[in-house]
Design a binder for this molecule. Structure first.
Ligand code: F6P
Length: 345
C-alpha cells in the first residue's frame, strides 16, 4: 500500500519526550514524501476534524521541549454518541492512510478499537508510569525518574539536617515503576508501591529500626496508587471518574504522614511531586527512544504493519500487537527489582 498521508495524535497524560517522537515521525515521513497531519488535543482532534500540516519547519527545534506541541486530552470517542463514526468520516475526508497515536493504555486502547473499524493504526508507547506491557520502556519514564531522583537528592540533605522523616509521593496508578526505581536511584529508605499493600505500623517499625542503627532520618517514597492494609479503599482526590473510568488519585502521602505523626517525636513532612514529574525537558534516553519509536512507526506503516505498537525489547525496536499489549497491561514491576530494592533499607 502506498502511504501518502499519516495522521498523528498525542493523548492522555503528557510527558517529556513526546515532541521528539513527533519530530521523528515527520522527518522519516518527509524522506518518503509522505505528508503528516497533526491532530489537536488527543482523540478530540480527529473527532472534530481539527488538524494542521506538520513539516520540517513547524517541527524544528522541538526535540528537547517537554509536553506536546499537538496538545493532549483524555477524550474517549467511545463515550461520545457517534464518536467512532465521526472519526472515521473525518479521517476519510482528510485522506489519512495511517493514524499514529502516541500515548498510554487509554489512548492506545481507542486506537485498537478503531482498528476493528478498518482504520490503519499504529501506537507509540508514552506514559511516565511505564506500565504498558511488551515494551521495556515507554516515552517519558526516564525523564520522570530523573525528576524524582533530583527531588530525593534534595530531600536527603534537609532530612539529614533536621533528623526528620520525609515522605515523597510520586505518580504510578497501578504500578510502582516510578516509586521503586526512583526510590532506588535516590536512595530512599522505605519504598511503598501499589503492587504490595503496606502496613502503617510496619513502616513505623522500620523507622524505629533505622533509629536504633543510628539513622535519625528516613526518606519514604510512596506511589499515589499504594494502599495501606488498614484502609479498605485507596486514597483518592476525587471519586468522580474520567472518560476512561479512572478516579483522580493523590493524597496517600499526606494520609501516611498523618498516621505516622500520631507516634513520631518529630513530625513527618510530605512532598507531593505531582505534575512536576510530567513537565520539563526530556532526558537523553527519552529523546533517543522517542526518535527510534517515531522512525519505526513510519517504517511499520510502509510495511503495512497495522494495529501494532512500537516496542523496545532489549536493544531492538520491534512491532507488537496492540491487542497483546492491552491484554497484558498494566505491567507490574517484577519481583527481582522489588527484592533488589529491599536490600537497601
Ligand atoms: O500519565 C499517567 C498519570 O501520570 C498517572 O500516574 C496519574 O494518576 C495520572 O496521570 C494523572 O493525570 P491527570 O491528572 O492528568 O488525569
Amino acid at each position: 500500500m502506498q502511504i501518502k498521508r499519516i495522521g498523528l495524535l498525542t493523548g492522555g497524560g503528557d510527558s517529556p519526550g513526546i515532541n521528539a517522537a513527533i519530530r521523528a515521525v515527520v522527518r522519516r515521513a518527509w524522506k518518503e514524501k509522505i505528508e503528516v497531519l497533526g491532530y489537536a488535543n488527543g482523540w478530540a482532534g480527529p473527532l472534530e476534524g481539527r488538524a494542521r500540516v506538520l513539516d520540517r519547519d513547524s517541527t524544528s527545534g522541538i526535540l528537547p521541549i517537554g509536553g506536546t506541541i499537538l496538545g493532549s486530552s483524555r477524550t474517549n470517542p467511545f463515550k461520545i454518541d457517534g464518536g467512532p463514526q465521526k472519526i472515521i468520516t473525518n479521517l476519510r475526508s482528510a485522506q489519512i492512510d495511517v493514524l499514529i497515536a502516541i500515548g498510554g493504555d487509554d489512548t492506545l486502547g481507542v486506537a485498537h478499537r478503531l482498528a476493528e473499524y478498518d482504520v490503519n493504526v499504529i501506537g507509540i508507547p508514552q506514559t511516565i508510569d511505564n506500565d504498558l506491557a511488551l515494551t521495556d520502556y515507554s516515552i517519558g519514564f526516564a525523564s520522570a525518574l530523573a525528576t524524582i531522583t533530583d527531588a530525593l537528592d534534595k530531600l536527603h540533605t534537609t532530612a539529614h539536617s533536621h533528623h526528620r522523616v520525609l515522605i515523597l509521593e510520586v505518580m504510578g496508578r497501578d504500578s510502582g515503576w516510578l516509586g521503586l526505581l526512583g526510590g532506588l536511584a535516590g536512595g530512599a529508605d522505605i519504598i511503598l508501591i501499589p503492587e504490595i499493600p503496606f502496613s502503617v505500623s510496619a513502616v513505623y517499625h522500620q523507622i524505629n529500626e533505622r533509629k536504633r542503627r543510628g539513622r535519625h532520618f528516613s526518606i519514604i517514597v510512596i506511589s499515589e496508587g499504594a494502599s495501606p492494609q488498614e484502609l479498605a479503599e485507596p486514597v483518592v482526590q476525587e471519586k468522580e471518574v474520567d472518560p476512561f473510568g479512572h478516579v483522580k488519585l493523590g493524597g496517600i502521602g499526606d494520609a501516611l504522614g498523618r498516621a505516622l505523626n500520631k507516634f513520631l517525636d518529630l513530625p513527618a513532612r510530605v512532598t507531593t511531586l505531582a505534575y512536576l514529574q510530567r513537565g520539563g525537558i526530556s532526558d537523553p534516553f527519552d529523546r533517543i527512544l522517542a526518535t527510534r519509536f517515531g522512525v519505526a512507526a513510519v517504517e511499520f506503516a510502509g510495511d503495512g504493519l497495522f494495529d501494532k505498537m512500537t516496542a523496545l525489547q532489549g536493544n531492538d525496536i520491534i512491532p507488537v500487537n496492540l491487542a497483546d499489549v492491552l491484554a497484558a497491561s498494566p505491567q507490574l514491576i517484577d519481583n527481582k527489582l522489588i527484592e533488589l530494592a529491599a536490600l537497601f533499607d
